[in-house]
Design a protein around this ligand. Structure first.
Ligand code: ATR
Length: 281
């Protein structure tokens, strides 16, 4: 029986075991997906000796995505571009890794807002932290001419933009209102709107009527930003979908079946969020 895990610190709140557990059951596969807390001071040694840990592979979450990447014998192009890995597997005892956050972000947009990238000119990304990288990579990969990157701390946006090249244009937070006027798609990667945080308060009236608004935050499921976008009549894409879609390639790699992100899976996670009081803001 194949055993895989989510590795992070902490991992107690991770929903990944629920997601993969759903697919294991759906496909009648005798596998196991568990949580494995790896203390930060042990992470380097843990991933360096991954083949001895008793797992066929796994997912990596905060704060170990970079340490895991550094331990890889082989990395997929997205992981190489971003310098972080979230999906691991063994081949002949060697550690292979991928980054499925960027493809997960894109698959979620494709599934929820079909045609969103039909004429890719301008995207706006809010935030320049860890989640921002995958989103920037995704927009560039889909051919956007310009990706405006707004961050409260401009220097962080500038550093990230320099990594990605001239199509990513760093702007200060005060530049957001005018950026909204030209953006076809807006993605929040800041912690604003997360339960317990202030909302991301934007004037969405200037957005084009066919613009798409995405949030990587999924607690609450409908962030104040997404709620305001719906009221404005815009298509919205929530962060839970990204979580579900980023899990697909790992499952396929470990268990040999490409699973679907179906309504039953989404309902399961939504019920879990509701049970934990995390559905509402
Ligand atoms: P993650 O790795 O999950 O993306 P992070 O690296 O802590 O998280 O980044 C959080 C993002 O939210 C950053 O872009 C941060 O802006 P700064 O770089 O200026 O810190 C943004 N953020 C957090 N609180 C914010 C606030 N009150 N207003 C604007 N941006 C905020």
């Amino acid at each position: 029986m194949k055993r895989v895990a989510i590795f992070g610190h902490p991992v107690i709140h991770s929903r990944s075991p629920l997601v993969h557990g759903y697919w294991l059951k759906q496909h009648g596969i005798a596998g196991e997906y568990v949580r494995h807390d790896v203390a930060p001071d042990e992470a380097e040694a843990f991933f360096a000796r991954f083949a001895e840990q008793g797992y066929a592979g796994g997912n990596v979450t905060i704060p170990h995505k970079e340490v895991a990447f550094n331990a890889l014998a082989e990395a997929d192009p997205v992981a190489r571009a971003l310098g972080v890995a979230n999906t691991l597997w063994l081949e002949d005892g060697r550690l292979f890794g991928a980054n499925t956050d960027a493809p997960g972000f894109l698959s979620n947009l494709d599934a929820t807002a079909p045609g969103w990238d039909a004429n890719p000119r301008v995207a706006l990304v809010l935030g320049a932290g860890g989640a921002s990288r995958a989103v920037l990579y995704g927009f560039l990969e889909r051919g956007f001419d310009k990706v405006l990157l707004a961050n409260r701390t401009l220097a962080r946006a500038e550093m990230l933009a320099a990594h990605f090249g001239s199509r990513v244009v760093p702007i200060g937070w005060e530049g957001v209102p005018s950026a909204l006027k030209e953006a076809q798609v807006v993605a929040n990667t800041t912690s604003l709107g997360m339960k317990g945080q202030p909302p991301l308060d934007l004037d969405l009236s200037v957005l084009a009527d066919d613009a798409v608004v995405a949030d990587v935050v999924y607690v609450p499921l409908e962030t104040p930003l997404l709620k305001a976008a719906k009221v404005r009549g815009l298509r919205t894409v929530d962060g839970l979908g990204m979580l579900l879609h980023q899990a697909v390639p790992g499952f396929a790699r470990w268990f040999g079946v490409t699973p679907q992100v179906d309504a039953g899976l989404r309902d399961l996670i939504v019920a879990e969020l509701a049970a934990k009081g995390q559905l509402e803001a």
